[in-house]
Design a protein around this ligand. Structure first.
Ligand SMILES: NCc1[nH]cc(CCC(=O)O)c1CC(=O)O
Length: 329
């Protein structure tokens, strides 16, 4: 006989080093919270087995669909995702039970010889080759170089974090750009040679945040896991993802967004949302921001949702759609 209140909770995870690191961290928090054992169940996803470029596989959520199938079939009780890999449309059958406190949302540069982007691009006789498969990073890196009166060559690469850093270690590329949060989680943040300010490189919507997902029918577990939720992070990533959704862009589109919360003098929380869309060559960027007041109720995400929609409408009015690749306007 199995007792549903004491049996191990099954946490579905991808096998990658990053996924195992973040699942292990959440497993520990859930053990402490519930007093129940947590067992990791490895699930292989299409995103792990495909050798095609992510932009070519297209569609969002290649990393998440196998985990979601396992949630719906009851094979696992909950899953941990990188929020930035989750499609913005949330299926009704699944619930984001918790979005814990976010890690550093910034992108990081790992360059040869400890160099910064400014140093790397200073040599006029040698165009720096920077590896990234992300159209968002390409657009902003190229725009940044242009603003310095320089050029860079962005080289499309794929693979896990270790593989990508390997291109710099082997001298095949001058630098790569990765999420600081991923580097921190696998213990390699010390190798970053520069943390890229959001003033020049806006991260992907939701970058640095995790999402703990359950089948919607699992109401008791959802209520327990809600204690791991951080309302400030949820408000920020809700605004970022609402912007992404309203731009009708997928996770591989050249869209950056970052929301930060600040308490003003009257202790009212202000949400500042920045968004960018650009062509991958960096010749054109549409970059806008907005500020709103967030109500004290942690359950009310209507303000962040509206801010994302409104900022998207302004960006579209400034021609954002035309910059996002071959899409019907
Ligand atoms: N696209 C892959 C991916 N998904 C999540 C992270 C780690 C950072 C995070 O949790 O946002 C990464 C690696 C990267 O972009 O460097």
């Amino acid at each position: 006989m199995t007792d549903s209140t004491t049996r191990a909770l099954r946490l579905g995870t991808r096998r990658s080093k990053l996924a195992m690191a973040q699942s292990g961290q959440v497993a520990e928090a859930v053990r402490e919270l519930t007093g129940r054992p947590v067992e990791l169940v490895e699930i292989t996803t299409y995103g792990d087995t495909s050798r095609e470029h992510l932009a070519q596989i297209g569609g969002s959520g290649v990393f998440v669909s196998a985990l979601r199938d396992a949630l719906l079939s009851g094979e696992i009780d909950f899953a941990v995702h990188s929020l930035k890999d989750l499609p913005t449309a949330q299926p009704e059958t699944l619930t984001l039970a918790a979005i814990p406190v976010r890690e550093d949302p910034r992108d990081a540069l790992i360059a040869r010889d400890g160099l910064t982007f400014e140093q790397l691009t200073a040599d006029e006789d040698r165009v720096a080759r920077i590896g990234t498969g992300s159209p968002r990073r390409m657009a902003q890196l190229n725009a940044w170089a242009r603003s310095l009166g320089r050029r860079v060559e962005t080289v499309p690469i794929r693979g896990n974090i270790d593989t990508r850093i390997g291109f710099v270690e082997k001298g095949e590329l001058d630098a790569v750009v990765l999420a600081a949060a991923g580097l921190t989680r696998i213990g390699r943040i010390d190798e970053a040679t520069q943390l890229l300010s959001p003033d020049v490189i806006l991260p992907a919507p939701g970058q640095g945040a995790l999402a703990i997902e359950c089948a919607a029918v699992n109401v008791e577990l959802i209520a327990r896991l809600a204690e791991l939720d951080d309302p400030d992070t949820r408000a920020a990533v809700t605004a970022e993802r609402s912007l992404l959704a309203a731009l009708e862009a997928g996770c591989s589109a050249p869209v950056g967004a970052l929301a930060d919360l600040q308490a003003d003098e009257q202790a009212v929380t202000e949400l500042h949302l920045r968004g960018v869309v650009g062509t991958t060559d960096g010749s054109t960027l549409v970059q806008l921001s907005t500020t709103g007041h967030v109500p004290a109720s942690p359950d009310d995400v209507s303000t962040p949702l509206n801010m994302g929609h409104e900022l998207a409408a302004e960006m579209l009015a400034k021609g954002a759609a035309g910059l996002m690749g071959e899409r019907a306007l």
